[in-house]
Design a protein around this ligand. Sequence first.
Ligand code: HEC
Length: 137
Amino acid sequence: MRWKRVTNAVLVVAAMLGVATAARAGAQQRDPRATIFVARGCSQCHGVWALGVKAKSDVGPDLTFAYVDVVNRYGTSLEAFLYNPTGVMRLMLASHLHLSSADRDSITHILGRIYRLHRAQLRQEIPPIAKDTPSPD
Ligand code: HEC
């Protein structure tokens, strides 16, 4: 447990050092909405699988469902979280990543859209329960 904490701390520091490099690299992405996550350095620590964004290191959670994950985890909206984050993101947004209000709006908007789209898709992919299925418990 203790070692895991230390390892996480090392990963976060290593990722922070890479943020500036990532911002310059401007990797090519398929979905145009992916650009902001790469350009602002988010993809240094977060993947967004719905947009084809791969994380350089999986230090942070995938952001595909962040629109609701943030509400569940922090009891606040994604928009409010981006203005007043906690934990590692507080440190990152205060010192390393500089987001304008337009960036925060775009990120909230994009993550809201992909959440809704993928929730709808996943719902369709879950097979309906067949008549003879035994109870799962
Ligand atoms: C140096 C690594 C790092 C970078 C860069 C980074 N994050 Fe994070 N982020 C984290 C970690 C780690 C967490 C998990 C929460 C914690 O440990 O405090 C997190 C959590 C989050 C969460 C909450 C997600 C959830 O499901 O709980 C959001 C939203 C988020 N980050 C958005 C961003 C955005 C947007 C950017 C780019 C502007 C970004 N992050 C850049 C490390 C990073």
